[in-house]
Design a protein around this ligand. Structure first.
Ligand code: HEM
Length: 311
């Protein structure tokens, strides 16, 4: 049996820290991950924070061959729409997501983690995220309405236990910076046409009223009449003058994530997601999120309690 990293599904935390690292040299990726796997600060429940660890797919395939499905790719090339709109590829080596009940707790843990890892990796991106009005994006719209419930999310996010990489997931991680003056300058009704849902209650549009270039229309994928969902854990970052969305999307089908991005950029059919006129992607990486069984194999077995059956 493979168990997932619990933080993927730990909703409700108001404070978040996202750390992206590059390793110092190709040979130190294994050391980096071993240090992370053994870091009590990250794994102790006494710290009061959740952590999720992601690894660049090519690094994980080298460290744990056979513990990742075949065909998983990196964000190796920027996606460029027919009008020149760019979704940049900024693939990094490691990703840590620390979330918890207060900014101080999350800050202290992140700070210590960065210090402890400084001999092995350099910080490429360090984002402090926060939940704006519980579940809203800084555009003012509820973000996550179409998300699967916690009863369904594991099936959508995780590779099945018996598959290679079972209990693991694929993460698409992007930082998007909003142009608040532009979006805020629209009437609420025009903003709703951009998103494809109502602003206050996040009500869906009737199919015939949904603009084809709305965000919802561009990101809804179907197969045989069935919707193909992903599991999103987005939050906000920033200040009134410089802010946006931290896109955190999990799936056990990487093509879904990539297809959504391509459709947003207008690559298949020239129809660009209207939302991309008001917010700009600054980064883009894919990470493999190993099961805790896989991570445990990298940890010093004497350090934690007995593995127990199945681990
Ligand atoms: C600045 C970036 C983004 C913002 C502010 C944003 C915001 C939103 C909002 C407000 C909704 C409607 C409510 C909901 O169902 O959650 C939505 C839906 C959705 N978004 Fe995004 N989003 C962003 C980027 C992305 C990206 C990059 C992807 C995929 C790669 C994506 C995938 C989806 C999906 C799958 C839905 C549900 C569509 C449906 O109704 O079936 N979003 N997003």
């Amino acid at each position: 049996m493979s168990y997932p990293q619990a933080g993927i599904f730990a909703v409700g935390a108001p404070s978040h820290s996202y750390l992206e690292f590059n390793t110092q040299a190709a040979t130190s990726s294994y050391d980096f991950l071993k240090v992370v796997a053994n870091m009590e600060l990250l794994h102790s429940t006494a710290t009061g924070v959740n952590v999720v660890i992601g690894v660049r797919p090519s690094i994980w395939s080298t460290i744990a061959p056979g513990e990742i499905p075949s065909g998983i790719f990196e964000f190796g090339e920027s996606l460029i729409g027919p009008d020149g709109f760019v979704m940049p590829a900024t693939q990094r080596d490691f990703w840590l997501w620390i979330s918890g009940p207060s900014i101080s707790q999350v800050y202290d843990v992140s700070h210590s983690v960065i210090d402890e890892l400084s001999a092995y990796g350099t910080i490429a991106e360090d984002i402090a995220g926060w939940a704006y009005r519980q579940n809203r994006d800084l555009t003012g719209f509820i973000d996550g309405s179409a998300n699967p419930s916690l009863l369904e999310a594991p099936e959508i996010a995780l590779f099945p236990p018996e598959a290679p990489g079972g209990g693991g997931s694929i993460l698409l991680f992007q930082k998007w910076r909003h142009s608040p003056m532009l979006f805020g300058g629209l009437s609420v009704s025009d903003q709703e046409k951009v998103i494809g849902r109502t602003k206050e209650l996040s009500d869906e549009f009737e199919e015939e009223d949904l603009p084809p270039n709305s965000h919802v229309a561009r990101t809804t994928l179907t197969e045989g009449g069935r919707e193909l969902p992903i599991f999103r854990r987005n939050v906000s970052y920033g200040t009134p003058s410089d802010h946006g969305t931290v896109f955190v999307g999990f799936s056990n089908d990487q093509n879904r994530l990539h297809e959504m991005l391509k459709k947003m950029a207008g690559i298949p059919d020239g129809v660009r997601d209207a939302l991309t006129r008001f917010t700009t992607p600054l980064t883009g990486s894919y990470y493999f999120i190993p099961s805790i069984n896989s991570l445990r194999r990298l940890a010093d077995q004497t350090k934690f309690h007995s593995a127990g059956p199945g681990l």
